[in-house]
Design a protein around this ligand. Sequence first.
Ligand code: PRX
Length: 653
Amino acid sequence: MSQSIETVLTEDRSFPPSDEFRGAARLADRSTYEQMWRRSIDDPEGFFGEVARELPWLEPFTSVLDWSGAPVARWFDGGKLNVSHVCLDQHVEAGRGDEVALIWEGEPGDERTFTYAELLAEVCRFANVLKARGVSKGDRVAIYMPMIPEAAMAMLACARIGAIHSVVFGGFSAQSLTDRIEDGGCTAVITADGGWRRGSILALKDAVDEAVQDQAQVHTVLCVRRTEQAVAWSEGRDVWLHEALDGVSDECAPEPMDAEDVLFLLYTSGSTGKPKGIVHTTGGYIVGAYLSTRYVFDLRPGDTYWCTADVGWITGHSYIVYGPLANGARMVMYEGAPNAPHEGRFWELCEKHRVSIFYTAPTAIRAFMKWGDAHVEKYDLSSLRLLGTVGEPINPAAWIWYREKVGGSRCPIVDTWWQTETGSIMLTPLPGMSATKPGSAMTPFFGVDAAILDEEGNEVGHGEGGLLAIRRPWPSMLRGIWGDEERYHDTYWSRWDGRYYMAGDGARRDADGNFWIMGRVDDVLNVSGHRLSTMEVESALVSHEGVVEAAVVARPDDLTGEAIVAFVIPTDEVADDGGLALGVLLKAHVAAEIGKLARPAEIRVSPRLPKTRSGKIMRRLLRAIAAGEEIRQDTTTLEDPTILDELRTGVKA
Ligand code: PRX
């Protein structure tokens, strides 16, 4: 943590928005922000009651917040609404049905555009297909899709009939998909034959076939035809979407949902145990996604908005599907990789569709920097007016590059801190108001009462590092972990006796009170903005017959933020190649067990691991070794100090 603290202390540049930006911004001055923020904290009922009433309710709510039994918050009790109705019908009913909702591009360059009226009709037809297959309110539906319009339609169709969706990132392995289907008790799966990724096909249907083999409760696999390669077919269970859609009505009344009915599950890694199915409910979630999209991205009529995330992550849920559509935005969605078929692909799309708001991840920005300025300079990016980042701390050099090369030194950057659990953006600049600082997430969003605490729960002074905590419930807060209320309480609320939500990140505030995130404080890795637990990767490694014991740590990486380094003890003696061949096997094994994103960058095979005399693996030592640092820490508790040289010189696979 000390390294981040130093970085924070040396970064004192700040960039106010231009007069032009400020002049047209939704929120342009600090005093308005302070007034609104203060009210959102002192009078959440008044503040969020008003915001919520901007959305179309099917039945009005009778109370705004019930926080009697922390950590169980209830928002907008008594109210009924349907998120797909909020995202689609309301705009059509207001006469905006002909406005473009979604401009989609496939990796091979194919293009499809949907107006709000068209998207509504597609979602209704999709919902009717689900109904015809017996999917109904409260059922869980897994969605394992490429980035095609049907991914968003599938989510909205579930929402329309009150089914709970559980989107699983298409890069996860069949095994990871099985775990999530099983944990959620999913009875249907929506997938595609495949998806395009860097010119090759992600064989999604094959992975689904493998994943549902022993999941007898799965009665339907609904498959979208995308890549048209041959796929295996299980008659009765498997259904082609295009065939099922034939002759289906494009009307489907939205199911009236209680505000606290579950909208979706989304799995994320914790420091221990299996991935957690984070539970989000209907009313509070959509209010949070709606309000944050509006203010953080300063959405205005005429904007074209593009968030490059995948729908498999929370960013894709809140800032591709629900937030932008609730606001009636016009947005771009792209199927493929940023460097397919060339490294300028994103900028080509920005130019072509006159994108004005662009939201991506630091790891992507670092890749763009590496590929070179020429790919950016080739395109006319004058339509851009606002940039955003999310997912991991952004280093000041990448921030400045993003500002200058992509934003032409004219676009504010919103560095947004939040989590799967928070549902929507929590700490962020407001682009018309903030003099942004490279690397700082700046200020709490409305309704967010953030604090930095020491272990005992005392607030630390400005300038001191501590644990990031949130003092009271906010509308889009998670409502639990699927099937494990105790873990919900233990993970997030037990640290300070239910008084604070614990985020699991370290942070500090500078002299002006702005927040700087310093990274995870637990055993969670952040690889390319994706959360993985060291435990999960370790379990995958020891599930291989060649491994007795494994310890996984992160080392800093210029491109991915953090890279995974695994230390393993082999079942047999270390081979003559120093474990090289085993390392290669293990990388592939982890990719197959969890997904490519979890594949260790480096594996060191050794007959022993550094342990204390009581047998605990000394991870901080492994971290130093993995980072190639000199070991200055106390090694006197180490059972056998000679092991360090062994590990330092070990062959890396
Ligand atoms: O460590 C923080 C980091 O990502 C974690 C949340 O990961 P996930 O639930 O996958 O959601 C990612 C997208 C919202 C956080 O605990 N993180 C997220 N945004 C930032 C960040 N770290 C620093 N700066 C950010 N802007």
